[in-house]
Design a protein. Structure first.
Length: 787
């Protein structure tokens, strides 16, 4: 029979391993499905913009901005830029280098020719041709035979050279344009004359053309020049050469003008219409004006430009990264993060619900603001949305570790949903974490509202701190009015958080079969049918369970565990004994039926009370957290009494396998289960002591706790060595109080002198100290106190 049992347990273990792998993949699928749903919720929105509208038509519904928009008013921007372009004056370049080049050519031509004459005294035809060719090439203008002959005959006279330079310089020294009529249309606004000389070029705004000449006035200007070095009549043949050097030196620079126009246009920033989220664009019944059309088209264009699918992909990547990385990290490094599929579904539904609460809150904010008789910043409504209720509900139904993880996730998602708002992300995170802390270990429903009030205060302080940090960001001034409204809305958000949890907690308890602290308070009522039945059928077990409950509560309080869960679970941990109460020592009144049974059969009967308890828990629909404690409070402990008897009777019943005398488990999976296991063993051991002196109670408690530690029964719960010390101290304090033996006072002592009473107390104290020293020398080093 025992061999079949071991084979069955091995098969069950293999099945469990396969189930765990399957559960992991299912969990990953659930996370991916959740991320897809959340991404859709954060990305897509209903298009409420009208499809057909024109100036003068009547709006058939209210239109409000679903988010912050910065809309470019293209018509106004284009108008301003055109005005800037029109104000740019045309640019004309006055180029002195034209005069300088002409003078240089004349001077070099004459000087080189004279130098050639000096170097060559005898000229033949070839040399004459060479000097002529070089002279004309250097001049760069056409010189006819008559002109050259006169110049050659003058031996390239210096005075002639200077006269040519004089005429050219006089004409080109001032601005010269092709036609002065070109400038007439520009004179009203003016044009810019830029002199291309020096760095930087000097510029002057010109509104008249008195100092500007044109080519049609060249002959008139040439005749006005009076040379001192040559006779004008003799110089006239050379005026044609001068005319060839004369060319316009005031030239319109179209390229630079266009550049300046483009720069002027680009310097005009786009006219931005800033629309705040929730701001009313047009009301039902109002007529559309050009401004409305501009805003509506701007919103539609902004939505079209922000590619929804790219945004969807980006948010999907972000959501998946957050969910998968956080899930992986928590699964690997946080011991108490062991969510079942039901837990994951609950967390997913909770996350989705509160993302919808956020979206609904944003939607309703604009309507509420419009209905208020006084102005209220739209941003204030964000602080009143009870996002923290999600974390509070998770802490209320699961545990603090999962609540912290949920707080991080929901805060990140809310911040991204609200236009990547870092300030609100921090606010929701602090609010959620504190809300989860505030609701821990409640003892009555009204405490939820108190937790909400505390959360509201923390919200207000958080808003105050963020406002002080942000004070110089925009205006450099602190708006006390706006900050006060934000703080007030934050406090109201805390109250809403508590109210929402009070509404949702019963729903979570019903739909997901969770056991909250409020449910535990109901289970602690001694009028529960199971407890009533226990006190009638197994009064000894009932009394034992009550003592275990007191011990477990004290032990849990000592280490900060859930004392209410520990106490209530203790009441129900031995309900399976009601099936066969006479087989358990606390219920026996005389004959012990185990005396007639083989040790192996007795062990099976004792072990069966766990399975019977699980069955009864299902029949009476006990919460799962309570039902889980029934097998865990025994773990895989050895049924020592009957195992030892079996060892003594091996000759009769054959070889004994220790595994056949151990409970099936599982071992305690929580601190509360571990405390109940030790309290159950300690209560029975101390009750069996013939003499219940304080030092013996302490030695027994520490011995039993040490046995569980050595037997590795506490390996799968999060109890530390320090926790074991604190739990042992709490157990001892309770048990010493229960089994305290009063000192036997001598007859008449109560009527005697006070000094006699003090003497007796001193003796009792000395005796207790002596017993304590003896006990300390006999207990495990795990609990031995240091001097």
């Amino acid at each position: 029979m025992f061999k079949k049992k071991r084979v069955f347990m091995k098969i069950e273990k293999q099945k469990m391993e396969k189930m765990e792998k399957k559960e992991t993949w299912i969990n990953v699928f659930l996370i991916l499905f959740l991320s897809l749903t959340i991404t859709s919720l954060m990305t897509f929105r209903v298009d409420e913009l009208p499809q057909v509208y024109e100036v003068g038509s009547v709006a058939i519904k209210d239109i409000k901005a679903d988010q912050n928009y910065e809309i470019v008013d293209e018509k106004s921007t284009l108008k301003l830029r055109q005005e800037a372009v029109d104000n740019v004056a045309p640019l004309y370049d006055f180029d002195p280098s034209i005069e300088q080049d002409a003078v240089k050519k004349i001077q070099e031509s004459f000087e080189q020719a004279r130098l050639f004459l000096v170097q060559n005294k005898n000229f033949d035809t070839e040399l004459e041709s060479q000097i002529k060719k070089n002279f004309i090439e250097r001049m760069g203008v056409e010189v006819n035979e008559d002109q050259y002959t006169l110049i050659r005959q003058s031996q390239f006279n210096l005075n002639l050279q200077r006269s040519l330079v004089l005429f050219v310089s006089e004409i080109l020294r001032s601005p010269l344009i092709l036609s002065r009529q070109e400038l007439q249309p520009l004179l009203e606004k003016g044009f810019i004359l830029r002199k291309l000389e020096g760095e930087p070029y000097a510029e002057e705004m010109i509104h008249q053309t008195d100092g500007v000449s044109d080519l049609r006035e060249i002959d008139k200007k040439l005749s006005s020049i009076k040379p001192d070095l040559v006779n004008m009549d003799e110089f006239k043949p050379f005026l044609e050469i001068v005319r060839q050097f004369i060319k316009p030196n005031l030239i319109y620079n179209g390229r630079e003008t266009d550049f300046r126009k483009e720069k002027a246009a680009s310097n005009i920033k786009s006219v931005i219409i800033k629309i705040k989220q929730g701001e009313s664009i047009i009301r039902n019944g109002d007529r559309y004006e050009p401004w409305h059309l501009t805003v509506i088209e701007g919103i539609r264009k902004a939505r079209h430009q922000s590619n929804k699918w790219l945004k969807f992909i980006g948010i999907a990547l972000f959501v998946n990264l957050v969910l998968l990385i956080v899930y992986y990290y928590a699964s690997k490094y946080i011991r108490k993060f062991k969510p079942t599929r039901k837990d994951l579904i609950f967390l997913g539904v909770n996350l989705l619900f509160f993302m919808m609460v956020l979206r609904f809150g944003v939607f309703m904010a604009s309507s509420i603001r419009d209905a208020l008789p006084y102005p209220l910043p739209f941003s204030a409504f964000y602080y009143g949305i009870p996002v923290a209720a999600g974390a509070m509900l998770v802490r209320f139904t699961l545990n603090s570790e999962i609540a912290l993880i949920f707080s991080v996730i929901v805060s990140l998602f809310c911040g991204v949903f609200l236009d990547n708002n870092l300030e609100l992300t921090v606010y929701y995170l602090i609010s959620s974490v504190f809300a989860a802390h505030a609701i821990a270990h409640l003892d009555k429903r009204s405490a939820v509202l108190l937790s909400g009030a505390y959360t509201g205060l923390i919200n207000a302080v958080t808003i105050l701190s963020l406002s002080l940090i942000d004070v110089l960001k925009d205006t450099g001034q602190l708006s006390l009015y706006e900050m006060s409204l934000h703080c007030l809305m934050g406090f109201w958000g805390g109250i809403l958080t508590a109210m929402l949890v009070l509404i949702l907690a019963p729903v979570a308890e019903t739909l997901f079969n969770y056991t909250t602290d409020i449910k535990l308070l109901e289970m602690a009522n001694l009028s529960h049918p199971l407890l009533k039945e226990m006190i009638v059928r197994t009064p000894g077990t009932y009394h034992h369970s009550q003592i275990v409950g007191i011990l477990s509560e004290a032990g849990a309080q000592a280490i900060g565990a859930n004392s209410l869960l520990a106490r209530v679970a203790s009441y129900y941990h031995d309900i399976g004994k009601m099936k066969k109460p006479e087989y358990f020592i606390e219920n026996q009144k005389g004959e012990n039926p185990h005396d007639k049974l083989a040790p192996s059969m007795s062990a099976l009967i004792i072990e069966a009370h766990v399975k019977d308890g699980i069955q009864m828990a299902k029949e009476h629909k006990l919460p799962q957290r309570i039902a889980d404690m029934i097998p865990q409070h025994q773990g895989t402990k050895l049924i020592g009494f009957f195992f030892n008897n079996a060892k003594k009777m091996e000759d009769k019943y054959g070889e004994v396998d220790e595994r056949d005398f151990r409970y099936d488990g599982p071992k305690p999976q929580s601190r509360e289960a571990g405390i109940i296991m030790m309290a159950d063993a300690v209560e029975g051991a101390v009750r069996a002591l013939p003499e219940k002196a304080a030092h013996k109670i302490q030695a027994t408690v520490e011995k039993m706790v040490n046995q569980h530690f050595v037997d590795e029964q506490l390996d799968e719960c999060d109890l530390t060595l320090r926790d074991l010390h604190l739990i042992s101290e709490a157990f001892c304090k309770i048990l010493v109080g229960i089994y305290h033996q009063r000192i036997e006072y001598p007859e008449g002592a109560l009527l005697g002198k006070v000094a006699d009473v003090h003497e007796m107390k001193d003796k009792a104290k000395d005796a207790s100290h002596h017993h304590q020293q003896v006990a300390d020398s006999n207990i495990s080093p795990l609990f031995r106190k240091k001097d």
